[in-house]
Ligand binder design. Structure first.
Ligand code: SF4
Length: 192
């Protein structure tokens, strides 16, 4: 009960937040959604247009692909994971969030991590991976590697938007590699 009210308090705080300029152009904040008992937190970059309009994370084409990856590729129902973004308001024109915006918003993601206490974190694409690991290395170099982080098993994966631009499913392609990655998540999940 206490945990649920802590989530609600945090969501209200985010909905009213004006800590960075992204509040000026957003339609809705996108707090995050999913199972509060989940062992997995998926962290994306920030809301896109459809997410901004609906207030929900990963609901556009990239979100639909994420659901497919989880459910068909990994056998992990989407509703059993928790999904959040590094920034909770849409960067205009889907540009990358600026460092000062990420910095302003990071307290919310930190709070979500503390409340959820996931055992697995999946970072999708460069922005969350580089922010969390404090690295300049790109996602191509890091994806598919399990990295211990604060006692959590962290796996960087390609962002679904990147996969939408790379249609090939041939061995070694980004889609093929992502399929390997999600299977590896399921394998680890089954041991927890
Ligand atoms: S992006 Fe984060 S810090 Fe900036 S206004 Fe939105 S909720 Fe606040």
């Amino acid at each position: 009960m206490e945990i649920i009210s802590a989530w609600e308090e945090l969501e209200k705080k985010v909905a009213a937040c004006q800590k960075c300029k992204l509040c000026e152009t957003r339609h809705n904040t996108v707090f995050g959604e999913g199972s509060l008992d989940s062992k997995i937190m998926i962290i994306g970059e920030g809301p896109g247009e459809e997410e901004d309009m609906t207030g929900r994370p990963f609901v556009g084409r990239a979100g639909q692909l994420l659901t497919l990856i989880l459910e068909k590729g990994g056998g992990i129902p989407r509703e059993t994971v928790y999904i959040a973004n590094v920034v909770k308001c849409r960067p205009p024109g889907n540009r990358n969030p600026k460092q000062e915006e990420i910095l302003a918003c990071s307290e919310y993601l930190e709070a979500q991590l503390l409340l959820l206490r996931p055992q697995i974190v999946i970072t999708m694409g460069n922005v969350p991976t580089q922010w969390i690991l404090k690295t300049n290395k790109g996602i191509t170099a890091l994806r598919g590697q399990w990295i211990p982080w604060r006692g959590i098993k962290l796996l960087p994966m390609f962002h679904p938007s990147y996969l939408l631009r790379n249609e090939s499913k041939e061995q070694g392609s980004p889609k093929w590699l992502t399929n390997q990655d999600i299977k590896s998540v399921k394998k680890i999940l089954d041991t927890l």
